[in-house]
Each structure stands twice: as C-alpha cells, then as structure tokens.
Design a protein around this ligand. Structure first.
Ligand code: B1M
Length: 216
C-alpha cells in the first residue's frame, strides 16, 4: 500500500499532473505515511525519472517544467507536515539560495525546509542569486552559515566565486559555507575551499549542525 502510493506520487510527477500529485500526497498523509519518505521515495524518484527522460531526448523542456510543477505542488502538501509547528531555540541563522544563472529551486527549498524543521532560522533568498545577494543577506541577518545550491555544471563555478567574494568582503572567517546540488561533489567542495558538502537534504542538516558546532 505504502509502496503503491510512492509509485503513484512518482508517476504524477512523470506525467506532469499537479492535481494528482496534490491528491495523492493528501491521501498519503491521511494514511499516516511519513512525509519525508513520500518526498524521497515518491516525488523525488519521479523527478529523477523526468531528468533521465530529458537527458535521453524522450522528454523536452515542457515536460521538465510540468514535472517540476507537479513536484512543487506535491511538496506544497508534504512540506508543512515535515516542519510541524514546534517552537524551539534557533540553532543558527542560515542564508540559503541557488547561485547566479541557475533557476533550479526544488532541492534548495527542500534543504531549507529540513533545516527549518530542525531548528535553523533560514533566510531563503531564492534562485539565480549573485554572490552579492548572499553577502547582503549575511550582513542583514548576521547569519553564520551560507548554503549555496547549484544544479548545472556551468553554475557550480558560482559557488567558488561566492567564496572568493566573501573573502574580499572580509566575511570569510565569520561565515561557514556549505555547498550542494546534483553536479557538486565532496572533492569539488574541498577544491573551492567550502566548509562542507552535503549530498541530500538530510545530510545537509547533519552538516549544518556540525558547522554550527551545535549538538543535534
Ligand atoms: Co534542469 N537540468 N535545466 N530544469 N533539471 C537538470 C539539472 C539536468 C541534470 C537534466 C538532465 O539533463 N538530465 C540538466 C543539467 C546538466 C548539467 O549541467 N550537467 C538540466 C538542464 C540542462 C537544464 C536546462 C539548461 C534545460 C534547457 O533549458 N535546455 C535549464 C537551465 C535553466 C537554468 O537554471 N538556467 C533547466 C531548467 C529546468 C527547469 C526550470 C525546467 C526545472 C526546474 C524547475 C524548478 O526548480 N522550479 C528543471 C528540472 C526539474 C531538472 C531536473 C529534472 C530535476 C531537478 C530537481 O528538482 N530534482 C534535473 C535532473 C536531475 O537532477 N536528476 C535537471 C529534485 C531535487 C529534490 O533534487 O535538486 O538534486 P536536487 O536537490 C537535492 C540534492 O542535490 C541536494 O539536496 C536536494 C534534496 O535531496 N541539494 C543540496 C541541492 N541543493 C543543495 C544545497 C546544499 C546541500 C544539498 O547545501 C547548501
């Protein structure tokens, strides 16, 4: 039953059916399924398949867009269940965004939701954000962690630029930088001088706790 609902969620994304994604996500929650499992084993599996079909030339940009829409609508139902309404002390302030030239928002937003659910105060500055926007947000919020997401091999170079600009602004020692996104690797993160790399939203939370030097 559980597996069947995960498959239906994935299929709604593959078919680009936002209404189905919403209805199935609601049904899954009503049945008491874990929202994170629904995201990772359902919606994410679906969007990965959409990515594969796009890469192999079977899907084109419109399918990519409607698949992402279906995923976002499903997340709209599941993410609030993830965060809950628990009140607790702020672990650390985080500025989170997708780097300049990059419009991919789903993974970044999921990382933000998971951080929020775990007690971080997250300022999500959105997608296609230049280094200066991250720096302005750090100055505004006093954040001690920056999270920079990149989904394209071309835009991951902006993560390095961000670190260089932080140095130039005299902020590098005050702020830890975590990087992530599909093409990013641990090796690349080390090469550009980031403080950490996380493969997915769950490990991003573990990493943020380490960077904040706080107990989980
Ligand atoms: Co785009 N796209 N896309 N796309 N897209 C990819 C990334 C691609 C791999 C597809 C493919 O060819 N198989 C490919 C990149 C190739 C490359 O550079 N190597 C690609 C391409 C080529 C493009 C365009 C150039 C297509 C075109 O126009 N011809 C274009 C670029 C636009 C731009 O950004 N300037 C483009 C556009 C789009 C859409 C706008 C249509 C849409 C995004 C919609 C949106 O976000 N609102 C889209 C989508 C949906 C994808 C795929 C299919 C799915 C991305 C996604 O949402 N995944 C993607 C294929 C793929 O990744 N398999 C693809 C689900 C999400 C939960 O996972 O984002 O990986 P992900 O995030 C994960 C981890 O990476 C990690 O945690 C998340 C949760 O587990 N993570 C972090 C992410 N950020 C993190 C930050 C952290 C830590 C962890 O710390 C700060």
């Amino acid at each position: 039953m559980k597996e069947e609902l995960f498959e239906k969620l994935a299929q709604a994304v593959i078919d680009g059916e936002p209404e189905d994604a919403v209805a199935i996500a609601k049904e899954a929650l009503a049945q008491g399924l874990d929202p994170l499992e629904c995201i990772t084993n359902g919606l994410t599996k679906g969007i990965q398949k959409v990515g594969e079909l796009f890469a192999s030339g079977e899907y084109f940009l419109p399918e990519l867009i409607i698949g992402a829409d279906a995923m976002k609508e499903g997340l709209g139902v599941l993410e609030p269940a993830l965060v809950g309404d628990q009140k607790r002390e702020v672990v650390a302030h985080v500025v989170l965004g997708t780097v300049e030239g990059d419009l991919h928002e789903i993974g970044k937003t999921l990382v933000g939701t998971m951080l929020t659910a775990n007690g971080f105060q997250v300022k999500d500055i959105g997608v296609d954000q230049p280094a200066s926007a991250f720096i302005d947000a750090v100055k505004e919020t006093g954040a001690t962690i920056i999270g920079a997401s990149a989904l394209l091999t071309t835009t991951m170079l902006q993560q390095e630029k961000l670190i260089q600009n932080l140095e130039e602004a005299g902020l590098r020692k005050k702020v830890k930088v975590m990087v992530g996104g599909a093409p990013v690797t641990e090796t690349y993160a080390k090469k550009i001088g980031a403080d950490g790399y996380a493969e997915d939203a769950i490990s991003a939370v573990d990493l943020a706790f380490r960077l904040a030097d706080a107990p989980e």
